[in-house]
Design a protein around this ligand. Structure first.
Ligand SMILES: [Ca+2]
Ligand SMILES: [Ca+2]
Length: 86
């Protein structure tokens, strides 16, 4: 039997936010969204959620979440990716 449930997987900020305009999601480097991985029912903007966590729940999709939560971030890689153009 394979146990697919792993609640120990960490979630993290993916560097996506709609803080500037509700419903318009931008990456932290200013680029627009070209793919989405929202969990079912997300983004729901409960209590003004403007940042996005990845690896959320069993489906490992995205959830919009208050930016004030303390999560590790992986958005740094996008900045490094961006460096190639300069
Ligand atoms: Ca929002
Ligand atoms: Ca949410």
């Amino acid at each position: 039997m394979v146990n697919q449930h792993d609640s120990n997987k960490p979630s993290f900020w993916i560097g996506l936010a709609d803080a500037q305009k509700e419903g318009t999601w931008l990456w932290s480097d200013g680029t627009k969204l070209d793919f989405v991985l929202w969990n079912k029912g997300e983004p729901n903007n409960v209590f003004e959620e403007d940042c996005v966590q990845g690896n959320f729940l069993d489906t490992n999709g995205w959830n919009d979440l208050s930016c004030h939560r303390d999560l590790p971030s992986i958005c740094v890689w996008r900045y490094c990716y961006d460096c190639n153009y300069h």
